[in-house]
Structure formats: structure tokens, C-alpha cells
Design a protein around this ligand. Structure first.
Ligand code: SAM
Ligand code: SF4
Length: 469
């Protein structure tokens, strides 16, 4: 048996890919460890979306040189988007690296690692094959107690936003067959998973190329899976948000009332230069449509500040959009040059200090709305899917550190409640149970409350248990 340590950098897709790496290596005798010192193979699953993420990957790889000196048999692999982008160059730059593989090489990983281990070769596999190669489901999923998991439904992207590296490192858009997706979700559910998040760079165009049915149809099939409680998805591109998908929020009982709809900018001029192919007015109209069918829907977004040529007037339009939409939360990033993406060659670059200043202003502007959205829930009873115990300091009346249960509302807000909370009857709490939590306090990034009911489901659950008083 060998020990495998994976350092995952980047988005949910990389979290999913790291699970796939683990599955691909299981037949070769690898089991995952959290202790890097115990590892026989260390893999860093990299992200190339911004320069910072790339630097983080190289600095981790740098630190592995020392570990390898202490443990000469250690193998080091670099996977993910930086691996796809840099290929052989990584071997030249980092002599401690034995293996470089792109996201599409994951199903071949067992063979690649064996070539490194048995033949002592340094191996690069960044082949960009068409379509999707599936891992054998028989290689199974490790039951690590998670009750909410990601499931990739498509790979790659055909949109070519001018700032973005994804189409160059993840390849052309390709969708998985719905039967395989359903099979995977059923396997997860039979292992105790109750919530899935379907992943793709633009889930709205799921199945279009391959004629596999629409995303709304896929959602309807997932909705019928017995034992599955909640469905989420990300990311949805505003230009392709169909009426069918909007209607799904009204029709499907398991689809959570939350959508992450990245807008990037509030200025039409900037949106055009980004090649986003929608206008501010179209975006606002889609938001209105979503709120018509599902008034309680939580809406979050991504912004890029300091895109080349972004003027003060453009930035003001972005602040204005925040007011117009009243997002529940935002992720905001300073524009980062990616050499393969066209915007790297745009003129009128914004200097770092100005980007930083705009980022701060945007976040401050949004803070009011984030807090408002959270405060609106005070006094309500929210259904929370308990995910586990959090070790952060408690927020109970006496302000002492408590162990607390943590989970999410259907609108994706984090809720904490006391480990020893007094709740209805003597029902015990487990990860994977639904609990009704009355919200007492609201913070920017979490809520705090007291359980008023806990689902009765004694069998098939695992993890920590708390018997409420
Ligand atoms: N497919 C998604 C979409 O269309 O919105 C986005 C995926 S990307 C992994 C996540 C976010 O990273 C984007 O929404 C964007 O805000 C940000 N991002 C992408 N490229 C960037 C860049 N070059 N500089 C800064 N932020 C970037
Ligand atoms: Fe990148 Fe645009 Fe594709 Fe999203 S839609 S992954 S931002 S190219």
C-alpha cells in the first residue's frame, strides 16, 4: 500500500478532480492521507486562473525539494491547469518533479505513475483528447463522511472570454452522458451523500453539442433520485440562462433557491471587451425573471476589477449594478494577465494600486447588501443540512469557544449552532441530518441560531454525534 497526499488549489472543479485522482490511483494501491510526511506520492492539483494561484503552486512545489531530500523515494506529481499550460517546462524548472499531467490525463494516471515508479522515468502527459474519458465507477468513492459533494457534468469551455485561461487549459466544451452522471450521483447517495453540486464552466450549454438533452432536463432527472435531498449547480453563464432553467427553480423541489451568476462588470463597454456577449440590461432582466419565479432566490456573482481600459465611469457602473441587484454575496478579483488570453495584449492596463483600491471599494459597497441579506433571516427557521462540527470559536451568549455544528441553508448561507444546543426533544444531531434552526444572529459570512427541530433518521448516518439535551 502507498500513501497519497494531494494539495488542491483553485475552484470546485479541482476539488472534484482531486477526488478523481484519488479514485484513479486506488487500483494501484494508493490511499489518501492528510499527512504529507507519510506520503509516497505528493500531487499538487494546480489552478492557472490568476497569477497568484500559479505562484502558490510553484511555491508548494519548491518546498517539496526539501521533503524529497529527506525521503528520496518520494514521487512528486503536478496536475491541473498549470501542468496543462506549462507541460515539460515544469520538469526543467523543478528537478524534484517526476510527473506532469493535465486534467484530461487523470483516467491514465495509474499507468503514468507506474512508469515513473517502475522505470524511473520523468513523465509528461498533457494530451488534449476530444470528448470525455470516464473513470470506471467500480474504483469507487472513499467514504470520507462528506454529505455534500461535487459532480462534474461537463469539461472545458467554448466561450473565450478575453481574460480567461480556461478554454486554453481545459480544452473544448464536452458534456458527460446523463446516464453516467446519474449513476455517479446514485453511488454517492447510497454512500450517505444528500446534496450534490453539478459543475461545469457553463452548465446552461450542457449537452448541446452532443445532443444529450438540456441542462433543465438533466436537473429534472437528478431531482427524481431517491435519497438525494438537495441539488445545486455552478457556473451558469448569463448569456445562456434559458427559460427552461428559470422554470426549473419553480418546478423542482430539490433544486436549492440559489444561483451563482457571474456578471464580471456593470459596464457594457467592459462587458463587450471581455467578450461576455450580454449587456447590463440583459443581466438585470434575467435577474428579474429569476426573482419572479422564485422570490426567495439567493443570487451571488463574480466581478473582475481593473480590466484593461476600465475607467472610473465603468467602475461606477459596476457599483451601481451592485445596488440594482442587491446580491447576497460576491466574489471579486483584481484582473490578472494570463499570457495565453487575448486581454494580456490589450492596452490601457490598470496599475496594481488602482486595482486594489477598486477591489476594496467594491467589497465595502457590497458588504451592506451581504449583511442585509443575512439579517433578513433573523427570526426565521432555516432548514440546515448539517455538514459537520466546526472548530471555530463559538458565538453563543457568553462568547466562549464552543464546538458548533455547521451546515448550509437552501440559499447557501452558512449556519452554525451549538454542539450542545437545547433542541426539541432528545433527538441527536449527525452530519447528514436536516435541522430547523431559528436564526438569532447574522454576520457577513455566517448565521448563528438554535435548532427547533431535527430530522429523525437514525440509520445510515455517520460521523460525530451529539445528543441534544
Ligand atoms: N465559467 C465561469 C463564468 O463564466 O463566469 C467562471 C469560471 S472562473 C474559474 C471563476 C472566476 O474567475 C470568473 O468568474 C472571473 O471572475 C475570475 N477570473 C477568470 N479569469 C480571471 C483573470 N484573468 N483575472 C482575474 N479574475 C479572473
Ligand atoms: Fe472562462 Fe468565460 Fe469560459 Fe467562464 S465562460 S470559463 S470566464 S472563458
Amino acid at each position: 500500500m502507498y500513501q497519497l497526499y494531494i494539495n488542491t488549489i483553485g475552484c470546485q472543479m479541482n476539488v472534484y478532480d482531486s477526488d478523481q485522482i484519488e479514485r484513479a490511483l486506488a487500483p494501484s494501491g494508493y490511499t489518501r492521507t492528510d499527512q504529507i510526511e507519510d506520503a509516497d506520492l505528493v500531487i499538487v492539483n494546480t489552478c492557472a486562473i490568476r497569477a497568484k494561484a500559479e505562484q502558490k503552486a510553484f511555491s508548494f512545489v519548491g518546498r517539496l525539494a526539501k521533503l524529497k531530500q529527506r525521503k528520496p523515494g518520494l514521487l512528486v506529481g503536478v496536475g491541473g491547469c498549470v501542468a496543462q499550460q506549462e507541460g515539460e517546462k515544469i520538469l526543467a524548472r523543478a528537478p524534484q518533479v517526476d510527473l506532469v499531467f493535465g486534467p484530461k490525463a487523470i483516467p491514465r494516471l495509474g499507468r503514468l505513475v507506474e512508469r515513473v515508479r517502475l522505470q524511473g522515468l520523468r513523465v509528461v502527459d498533457t494530451e488534449d483528447s476530444e470528448g470525455i474519458q470516464e473513470l470506471d465507477l467500480a474504483s469507487g468513492f472513499r467514504d470520507d463522511g462528506q454529505v455534500a459533494r461535487f459532480v462534474t457534468i461537463m469539461q472545458g469551455c467554448d466561450n473565450f472570454c478575453t481574460y480567461c485561461v480556461v478554454p486554453y487549459v481545459r480544452g473544448r466544451e464536452a458534456s458527460r452522458h446523463p446516464d453516467r452522471i446519474l449513476e455517479e450521483i446514485r453511488t454517492l447517495v447510497s454512500g450517505g451523500v444528500r446534496e450534490v453540486t453539478l459543475l461545469g464552466q457553463n452548465v446552461n450549454s450542457y449537452g448541446r453539442k452532443e445532443n444529450l438533452g438540456t441542462f433543465a432536463e438533466l436537473l429534472a432527472r437528478v431531482d427524481r433520485i431517491k435519497g438525494l435531498e438537495r441539488i445545486r449547480f455552478t457556473t451558469s453563464h448569463p448569456k445562456d440562462l434559458s427559460d427552461g432553467l428559470v422554470d426549473a427553480f419553480a418546478r423542482l423541489t430539490k433544486l436549492c433557491p440559489h444561483i451563482h451568476l457571474p456578471v464580471q462588470s456593470g459596464s457594457d463597454r467592459v462587458l463587450e471587451r471581455m467578450n461576455r456577449r450580454y449587456t447590463r440590461a440583459v443581466y438585470l432582466e434575467r435577474i428579474a425573471r429569476l426573482r419572479r419565479v422564485r422570490p426567495d432566490i439567493a443570487i451571488t456573482t463574480d466581478f473582475i476589477v481593473g480590466f484593461p481600459g476600465e475607467t472610473d465611469a465603468d467602475f461606477k457602473q459596476t457599483l451601481g449594478l451592485i445596488e440594482a441587484v442587491r446580491f447576497d454575496g460576491v466574489f471579486a478579483f483584481m484582473y490578472s494577465d494570463r499570457s495565453v488570453a487575448p486581454a494580456a495584449r490589450f492596452e490601457d492596463k490598470i496599475d496594481e494600486a488602482q486595482k486594489k483600491e477598486r477591489l476594496q471599494r467594491l467589497l465595502q459597497h457590497q458588504e451592506v447588501f451581504t449583511l442585509k441579506a443575512s439579517k433578513a433571516l433573523i427570526g426565521s427557521v432555516q432548514e440546515v443540512l448539517v455538514e459537520g462540527l466546526s472548530t471555530r470559536p463559538g458565538l453563543a451568549e457568553d462568547q466562549t469557544a464552543h464546538r458548533q455544528w455547521s451546515g448550509r441553508t437552501p440559499g447557501n448561507k452558512i449556519v452554525n449552532f451549538d454542539h450542545d444546543a437545547d433542541c426539541a426533544g432528545s433527538q441527536s444531531v449527525h452530519p447528514g441530518l436536516l435541522a430547523g434552526v431559528r436564526i438569532d444572529k447574522a454576520f457577513s459570512h455566517s448565521l448563528w441560531g438554535r435548532p427547533v427541530w431535527i430530522e429523525e433518521k437514525p440509520g445510515g448516518l455517520r460521523g460525530d454525534t451529539c445528543h441534544a439535551a
